[in-house]
Design a protein around this ligand. Sequence first.
Ligand code: DC
Length: 234
Amino acid sequence: MTRSSPLTPHPSPVIAIDGPSASGKGTVAERVAAALGFHFLDSGALYRLTALSAMKHGVALDDEAAVAALAAKLPATFRDGAVWLDEENVTDAIRAETVGEGASKVAALPAVRAALLDRQRAYRQAPGLVADGRDMGTVVFADAVAKVFLTASASARAERRYKQLIEKGNSANLPALVADMQARDARDTARAVAPLKPAADALLLDTTHMDIESAVLAVLAHYTLCMARSKQGN
Ligand code: DC
């Protein structure tokens, strides 16, 4: 795999978009990728697929070696706008709250993170990549040309998740969602390996009072600025 250094910049630029769950980063990242014609990596989906795979195989979510072995050989593909595990369409299954909870647990295991590292880096291809996750700018693509940390208050994020669930015909309980959101943030932030935190050089974008379109424009403007700076050699 090609590695970049300050002397040999990687030919395919990466925009790293990190942040807590339901901050809107997935939608923003996908739209930024579409606007630029870049590839898109939803790294959270890989952790969700790992958790789902462990659940299906009856592997305990805290059995680090066994979960990492599954992660290393994850028979997952992204095609036709859907997510597949072997030949099963798991697009909806990986979005279930129980799977999100499981993803947060397996994501705290260092061997699982290591097992998924090269798979994530392989998404970096011409003309460029927009990568969405928790540690895109700090670990996986630490040399990303533009880094954004997208956030919103826990109550704003819980409300967004609540609306999504209701729109899909599911039942939802707002106070329970706020509590789940805070518990997941706490686990993702407190873990020893690749915790959820902004990279030192990330743009902090608080979307509590911002719509998706404005957030997309802000990320595109930041990318343009970063590219201009990197061409000037700063
Ligand atoms: O973004 P998401 O909600 O689909 O992520 C699911 C879980 O995966 C989340 O609780 C944290 C974890 N995750 C991670 O640790 N690192 C990433 N790069 C992406 C997700």
